[in-house]
Design a protein. Structure first.
Ligand code: ADP
Length: 231
């Protein structure tokens, strides 16, 4: 599936908006933070130190959200380093294991070739894999409870490329969803942002790779990433 120029423009614009908002909102947040710090002794004298603590925590949370959004909507040029894809995947999947366990889902990982090297930005590719695994977990949660949810992750070499495969046996997608899933802001979830896949697409493209999807409603979905390998 090719992402159109229009979608890329939309994402580029989103990045600019995010940067502008982050800048404009961070400044007032910084002053609020400063003044709350100054008020703190007075609030303490009134026995309301708890309020100061809550305000500061919430300001920090708002800052974190802005930072996250900025990061995810505007992937910078990849800072590439040669890494073993195996190591990266094991790290990411360790992060997802507890989440999967809670949902009664199993993650299986298979590396078909030892020491496959790729030139990648670790942080960005980790983000892509996390997005795919989280989506897979969501697609599995929508199935019934007794259902044995399963995510298969595999890496292998295909020609000059390294392939990363993420397959789930979740609810799958209909044609309509398939046609739009890489669109910025396209989501079918109540609390979704619709940014995960459009950002992932962009990251993979910036690495000179491709991302493809194959899905059957009621059966599951497979995402296949190709990245140029390094010998
Ligand atoms: P979000 O997860 O916030 O909705 P994404 O861009 O990551 O945003 O995904 C867009 C949409 O693509 C999801 O709302 C969902 O409908 C669909 N989707 C993505 N991955 C899967 C999957 N593994 N199984 C079923 N549907 C999926």
């Amino acid at each position: 599936i090719e992402q159109s120029a229009y979608q890329n423009d939309k994402l580029a614009m989103l990045g600019k908006i995010a940067a502008a908002i982050a800048h404009e909102v961070r400044n007032p947040l910084t002053s609020i933070r400063g003044f709350i710090q100054l008020l703190r002794p007075h609030l303490e004298a009134l026995g309301k130190e708890e309020y100061a603590r809550i305000i500061l925590t919430e300001i920090d949370r708002a800052n974190d959200i802005i930072y996250e959004f900025l990061n995810s909507s505007k992937p910078s040029a990849p800072m590439v380093r040669k890494v073993a894809i195996d190591t990266l995947l094991r790290e990411v999947l360790m992060l997802s294991d507890s989440e999967a366990l809670m949902k009664g889902c199993q993650i299986h990982y298979e590396s078909y070739e030892e020491n496959l090297q790729v030139s990648i930005d670790m942080k960005q590719i980790k983000q892509v894999i996390l997005n795919l695994v989280r989506n897979a977990l969501d697609a599995i949660s929508d199935m019934n409870e007794e259902y044995g949810g399963r995510i298969d992750v595999a890496t292998y070499k295909e020609g000059e490329n390294v392939v990363i495969l993420v397959r789930d046996n979740g609810k799958g997608m209909d044609r309509q969803t398939l046609g739009r899933l890489f669109d910025p802001f396209f989501t079918t979830k109540e609390a979704g942002t619709g940014l995960g896949l459009s950002v992932s697409y962009r990251i993979i493209r910036n690495h000179g790779g491709t991302i493809r999807v194959d899905s059957t409603p009621g059966e599951g979905t497979a995402f296949k990433i190709h990245l140029p390998s390094v010998s």
